[in-house]
Design a protein around this ligand. Sequence first.
Ligand code: SAM
Length: 236
Amino acid sequence: MDYHTLLARLGEGSAHPGGFQATKRFIRQIGFPRGTKVLEAGCGTGRTACYLASLGCKVTAIDRNEHMIQKAVHRAKQNGARVRFLQADAASMPFPDETFDVIFTESVTAFTQGNSAIREYLRVLKPKGVLYDRELAFAKPLTTAQKKELQSFYGLHHLRTVPAWLRLMRKSGFHQCSASRFSKLKKTANDNDPFRVIDHELFAKPDAVAMMMNNERLMSKYSRVMGSVVITARKT
Ligand SMILES: C[S@@+](CC[C@H](N)C(=O)[O-])C[C@H]1O[C@@H](n2cnc3c(N)ncnc32)[C@H](O)[C@@H]1O
């Protein structure tokens, strides 16, 4: 089982730094007009996508992992949200050029190769469209051994500092790229996701339990350098 399937089977609703409260605060701060065409890339179990739909956005949401999409569809049915969910790869999206006003993504780009997903974000955004990307970031560059340890467990492709994220966005063709302050990972309070579906049989599987423990170990080991940033970037 890979890390994302573990998250999907645990039914994680906000598998990103800051959790759902940070997401809601940020979305309220932006204030999307009703009818904004939003793509959520790497939507996981669909919590953010359903929230955006509840605010009147027209939401399409993709994820590569079939378990995530199944849970996202279930969530939307349960809470009556209108979201178009598709199983698709952010690095090769099934949408025409210039389709969306906004791309929203949380803790996904770091798992994609090179700038393949970022180029796709740029392609499917309308002119003057905006990317909001909450990403895992590091306070300082990691050693090769540290990178290897995190890459092999999480399947990460990018272990970047904030300036390195900004450089990648600019190099990939985005303009007016800015970053929030780096914030360290904090344990997020249980924010009571009423539509979470946990596959409880997971807790009887030694390999899954070992993965959960390894995740805790790595989070604690890297807690002093690991954090997050929100990048805002525009298409011309
Ligand atoms: C850490 S989880 C975050 C999920 C969700 N954004 C959230 O905050 O709860 C990363 C998600 O990105 C998805 N993902 C990773 N690489 C992807 C890709 N190339 N295309 C689409 N989804 C991808 C995974 O399946 C997983 O659901």
